[in-house]
Write a protein of this length. Sequence first.
Length: 383
Amino acid sequence: MKLVHLSAAAIAAALALPGLSARAQTNEITVGISISTTGPAAALGIPERNALEFVPKEIGGVPLKLIVLDDGGDPANATTNARRFVTESKADVIIGSSTTPPSIAISDVANEAGIPHISLAPFPIPPQRAKWSVDMPQSVSIMGKVLYEHMKAHNIKTVGYIGFSDSYGDLWFKDLESQGIPMGMTLVDEERFARPDTSVTGQVLKLVAANPDAILIGASGTAAGLPQQELRDRGYKGLIYQTHGAASMDFIRIAGPAAEGVIMASGPVMDPEDQPDSALTKKPGLALNTAYEAKYGANSRSQFAGHSYDAFQVLERVVPVALKTAKPGTPEFREAIRQALLSEREIAATQGVYNFTEKDRYGLDDRSRILLTVKNGKYVPAQ
């Protein structure tokens, strides 16, 4: 496992450190970040790590110390990372992970230790995780609704589903059952595949044989391109819908010509240029994309970069409030951050406008979603 310390003065260098002091820091704010920069979810974790180059180096006049660990998408690794943040680093905030299963693992540790946790992946937040955890990505229900409304508007009567065989795939399948099916659609087939799989031929053949009007793919990162390409290669002519976990330029690169015509739920960061000037997401989205594409190339923007960038947009609002009552490195400071997360309103970021509450740990509304399609190898607004 690789330990990376990103100091305030040299965040871009991302130099590996042999160890960390266990002494609580009172003159800087320590943020532990566990993301998946290797493994099947690396397409999510790498842009999340890259975006850290563009986050503030201090908040409220207090320097930030960012400690970044790779969990490889493994919940066991994520648990180990989170415990290191608690015991060794004395973190004030924990961010991560890139996908649902390790995010659940981190949330369990953070809630046990009493440390604010900001997830970069949608995950279920039952009461035992709700006190200390909030989520940057849009909830599945918010993103699902806009997809099902599009299906209904286009007279979709039958739908098939193929998704990850993990908690992310479960979230989307349950949402399809609870929101989509009541809109008048019939589910004709459900298929699953593992994130590391290199073939989904068997599952796709069953879906094609069922011949639904549309197919929803509940996957994320580059793995979402696998069923997309296979469906088109096997002659499926219906509409294909992708979840917000697929919205990146990597999806187009992996799926190639098969990406044409996909209907994809996305966060606003993928297309701030077409947002009205009144949209609170436009300014931060343009700022991130301009900086990110200047370094990583045209069309390298990623909503996963937006998630980690937005975590610090949120911290820029809540940390100054917490600093009024407590100092970093103390339980009182962590509690003050938790309370500020619930009291601050209309926190504008690239992916939405956040209003966290005791009952809503996602804190987003319809301003956090757009519909995209792919035309001539580029994302454009969907009709």
